[in-house]
Each structure stands twice: as C-alpha cells, then as structure tokens.
Design a protein around this ligand. Structure first.
Ligand SMILES: [Zn+2]
Length: 171
C-alpha cells in the first residue's frame, strides 16, 4: 500500500522546553510516567470531538493544541495558534504556551497531551515531529485528515524511540 506523505518539510512542535505545569519532583514524575505508560491515553468524548472539529476547521493547514486534565484523563482542550499557518508544519507561540501552562496550573490540572493534524499525511510522527518533541513524558496525538474519516493515533516519543499508545475515549 502506498501512503502519500507530503508532511516532509520541517515540522516544529513546541519550540522550547518549558517546565510542565504542576511538575513535581523527579521521582514522582518517573513513577507517574510508569503508571501512565502502562495505561492508555484517556480523554473525554467532548474534548475528543472538539479536537477533531479544530483540526477540520484549520484544514488545509495544520492545527495544533494542548490537552490537560486530572488523574490521567484529559478534560480540557487548549486550541493553539499554528504560527506557521502551514500545510506541512506547526509551531506554537512560546508566550501562548506560557499563558496556557499558567491556566492549567490554576485549574489544578496537568499537561497530558499535545495534538496536531496532518492534513494529507498519515497519523504517524514525521522525522521532525520526533526530533522537535521536547516533552517525552506526555502523549503526542496526530490527527490525520488524509481520508474522509479522521484517524487519530497517540504516541510517546523519547529521543528517537516512538511508542504507540492506546486511546480510551470516555463518554
Ligand atoms: Zn507532524
């Protein structure tokens, strides 16, 4: 099967590694990370729908955003601006990220995921997605709009190791 992937130009994700909201001590994070890795990426159905709508709305450009929640379940979506306004790459504004991180912290939530769309590409991280990911401890969701029905996959990326994660949509 031939997969058309026009997602080739540099794709920047979150431009710099800011401290994550509600980031606790290292051991705590490692333990949480272990717990999360063993489970699935959990997201409320309404947020899932919102994310798909955002990606469709931005089409043919790449959409991007952040997902936060409590107890490992995503319950808040933060639609972010793609400052590239590009069909093949995205980058979030560092000040917007900072503001959203503050709001996540205020809500007592934690960052659980980053999403972006591939308007014509497959739902798999591009070389640049892998290279530019600064947050190995959270999920990286890719919404592919290459087919009439959107396909979403979730990954964890640590250095160059990509691990697929199962998604659980909670209604
Ligand atoms: Zn990408």
């Amino acid at each position: 099967m031939r997969v058309t992937n026009r997602h080739q130009k540099p794709t920047l994700s979150v431009p710099a590694s800011l401290p994550l909201p509600n980031l606790k001590e290292k051991e705590d994070v490692a333990e949480k990370d272990h717990k999360r890795n063993s489970g699935r990426f959990k997201i409320l159905h309404s947020i899932w729908q919102d994310m798909l709508e955002h990606c469709k709305k931005e089409h043919p450009y790449e959409a991007c955003g952040l997902l936060s929640g409590k107890d490992g379940t995503v319950c808040t979506i933060w639609r972010m601006e793609n400052i590239h306004r590009s069909r093949v790459s995205f980058e979030m504004d560092i000040d917007e990220i900072r503001r959203v991180f503050e709001l996540i912290e205020k809500k007592g939530e934690e960052l659980l995921g980053i999403y972006h769309s591939h308007p014509t590409g497959r739902p798999y991280p591009s070389k640049d997605d892998i290279q530019n990911n600064n947050y190995p401890e959270i999920d990286y969701l890719i919404v592919s709009l290459a087919k009439p029905k959107p396909v979403v996959k979730s990954f964890r990326m640590k250095r160059h190791k990509v691990t697929k994660r199962r998604i659980k949509i909670i209604s």
